[in-house]
Design a protein around this ligand. Structure first.
Ligand SMILES: Nc1ncnc2c1ncn2[C@@H]1O[C@H](COP(=O)(O)OP(=O)(O)OP(=O)(O)O)[C@@H](O)[C@H]1O
Length: 302
């Protein structure tokens, strides 16, 4: 379990992480989401002691990272896929890390097999593609067979098969009762992987919820098609109702159920050619949550 309390990190006048309080529970995959620059990497770096908090605290399994007796067994992290020395082979990089942490050679072979690096394990890491570098970074994270796994944008540079593999790996580790925290700036990535999501915007927590709740919180819409669309849209208008024209003659209504729309159209004698409830995509839910944060950043950058 990762416990984050009032965690703040400032770089000069920029607040990268702002009074963040959250718990990452074992036994499930927690997605860490937010637009670029939201503070995800900085938070993850503070979890593993690579950045020192300006204030607040974070513990893994009840202890600060620098107080862990066997950190590689407690926490495995992929933070910077280019961390291996470019002149070193993947195997020798893993072996030297294993040696410094009292981990046997057999485990090195295991993580090479788990991450599918057998055929390139003797090649120099500097010649690795982004995807192979990611796999090597994940191999490092898994080396200590850790109870907590932290992966920062793990699918970057991976092909579809690799993306699927990371997804299964995360789910497998969570199913074993481990704590799994994965970051991404893409909600679509999380939709099929995470059970729970933490959403950051400008360093602050803007959502901490089961992934299903995030969908429910964002009102679904109804797609309506009618030969008298303009008239119907005017009839449905109200302070809580928005209508958005679609590209194909249909329009989307938010704020009314399909039944309410059908009843009003029927009462006015307007025929309907389509009345389809549309559930919000996770991507839409995420955009609705983070839109303000992104807009602010764009304005501030001008
Ligand atoms: N070492 C540093 N010095 C100065 N500013 C930094 C440093 N590290 C991060 N920042 C700033 O802190 C903010 C948060 O960055 P961070 O990398 O944590 O965000 P992120 O959510 O991981 O985004 P991304 O997906 O782009 O990596 C950004 O504005 C970034 O420019």
């Amino acid at each position: 379990m990762i416990v984050i309390e009032q965690l703040t990190k400032r770089f000069g006048s920029r607040t990268a992480v702002d009074s963040l309080t959250a718990t990452v529970q074992p036994g499930r995959v927690t997605g860490f989401l937010g637009p670029n620059g939201a503070g995800k990497s900085t938070t993850m770096r503070m979890i593993v002691g690579l950045d020192r908090p300006t204030s607040g605290s974070v513990t893994v399994g009840g202890k600060r990272y620098d107080k862990l007796a066997a950190p590689m067994h407690e926490v495995g992290a992929l933070l910077d896929a280019k961390a291996a020395h470019p002149g070193r082979s993947a195997e020798s990089h893993l072996r030297s890390l294993a040696a410094t942490h009292g981990i046997g050679k057999q485990r090195v072979d295991e993580v090479i097999a788990i991450t599918g690096l057998e055929s390139v394990a003797r090649r120099k890491a500097g010649k690795f593609s982004l995807g192979m570098g990611q796999r090597l970074g994940i191999a490092v994270a898994l080396l200590g067979d850790p109870a907590t796994l932290i992966l920062d944008e793990p699918v970057n540079g991976l092909d579809p098969e690799g993306v699927m593999w990371v997804r299964q790996l995360a789910r497998h580790y969570a199913a074993e009762g481990r704590t799994v925290l994965l970051s991404s700036h893409l909600m679509s990535e999380m939709a099929q992987t995470a059970d729970h999501v933490l959403v950051l915007g400008r360093g602050r927590l803007i959502a901490d919820a089961p992934i299903g709740d995030l969908l429910g919180a964002n009102a679904a819409s109804v797609r309506v098609r009618s030969p008298r669309a303009t008239e119907l849209a005017a009839l449905l208008a109200g302070p809580q109702v928005t209508t958005t024209p679609g590209t194909d003659g249909a329009f989307e209504v938010r704020g009314l159920t399909a039944a309410e729309i059908g009843d009003r159209a029927g009462a006015a004698g307007i025929s309907l050619h389509e009345l389809t409830p549309v559930s919000a995509s996770l991507e839409e839910a995420y955009l609705a949550l983070t839109q303000h944060e992104v807009e602010y950043r764009m304005e501030a950058a001008r």
